[in-house]
Design a binder for this molecule. Structure first.
Ligand code: CO
Ligand code: CO
Ligand code: CO
Length: 324
């Protein structure tokens, strides 16, 4: 964010990951063995069902801790709710969904804050821990690494279809389940195998977050369109222009940063740029550990376990997309 550059510089040596980099969470060393991982995330409802919204908001907020290789421990609710126009039972359902998802993650919600607001919003401020020498940032990717994705794309496009009443109940059920899936097991697999870099795929889409990872790591990347896992129906919806505004601006942002194999169509580009809510982890793993991480992910049943590309030497942030 541009305004952050105007803040005073951080000089505390215990700040291991701060605002100076575009990483998923801040990390602060407490002792030689333990660093605190902190992140906050909240948003307006992405689905109509309050309980599911609560689950998704919590899975999404915890994801940034998992992306750093951390273990989330405690959290605080952040709530905005129009108490005069909506029944309070809706808020109760949101919070129940959130508390259940936090419980699944082994995270305790120990407080929070709410304000009256015409538009409901929910999320968490999360505190986790990580060993100071085992932080997984987005800056460690090296040429030759393979890129692994742990959830299929298409969440932004499918949720737009839901809003336009174009989604089947089956599509809705599937996308809600996907967004509510914790990245915990994906992170467990990543830590077991040992990786170079990781970030989670959220609002900037696969290519936007890959771009950030590449810039932070000083590398380029290639992505193989045919190998990217995508929710069924996404391609068809994208080709019929069912695409959220955020996805379109993501693709515009990538102009000049991504080179496309010429036969890759506009709707296919939009899918790779699709803004995700609570997307999967994007992991850069040394090539000789590719099979090991794919196996570790599959054993744990992550929604996807796919090699989607590779890290290459070159202009930092330059991405080439080809079919395979
Ligand atoms: Co993130
Ligand atoms: Co975030
Ligand atoms: Co990270």
């Amino acid at each position: 964010m541009q305004v952050l550059s105007q803040l005073p510089q951080i000089t505390d040596p215990n700040v291991l990951v701060g605002v100076g980099t575009v990483d998923d969470a801040g990390v602060y060393r407490l002792t030689d063995e333990i660093a605190l991982v902190q992140t906050v995330d909240f948003f307006t409802p992405v689905v109509d069902e309050p309980h599911a919204f609560g689950e998704i908001a919590v899975a999404n907020a915890l994801s940034d801790v998992y992306a750093m290789g951390g273990k989330p421990i405690v959290a605080m609710n952040i709530v905005a709710f129009p108490t005069t126009t909506l029944p309070i039972s809706i808020l109760a359902e949101i919070l129940r969904g959130g508390a259940e998802k936090a419980g699944e993650a082994g995270v305790v919600i120990i407080g929070g804050h709410s304000i009256d607001d015409p538009e409901p919003k929910y999320g968490l401020a999360v505190s986790g821990i990580v060993h100071p020498e085992r932080i997984v940032t987005n800056a460690g990717a090296r040429p030759g690494d393979q890129l692994i994705l742990t959830k299929p794309l298409g969440v932004g496009i499918i949720t737009t279809a839901i809003k336009r009443a174009l989604a089947t109940p089956e599509m809705t059920r599937q996308v809600v389940g996907l967004m509510a899936t914790l990245n915990k097991t994906a992170a467990d697999a990543m830590l077991e195998v040992g990786v170079h870099a990781c970030t989670d795929v959220t609002g900037f889409g696969l290519l936007g977050h890959l771009f950030e990872l590449c810039v932070a790591s000083g590398v380029g990347a290639e992505v193989y369109l045919d190998d990217v896992p995508v929710l069924p129906e996404t391609w068809g919806l994208a080709s019929r222009d069912v695409v959220p505004g955020g996805t379109r601006s993501n693709l515009r942002f990538l102009d000049g940063k991504v080179t496309w194999q010429t036969d890759i169509k506009e709707f296919e580009r939009l899918v790779l740029a699709d803004a995700q809510t609570s997307g999967g982890l994007l992991i850069a793993v040394p090539a000789d550990k590719t099979d090991a991480i794919l196996r570790a992910l599959r054993v744990r049943g992550t929604p996807a376990a796919a090699r989607v590309g590779a890290v290459v030497a070159g202009e930092p942030g330059q991405i080439a997309v080809r079919r395979r």
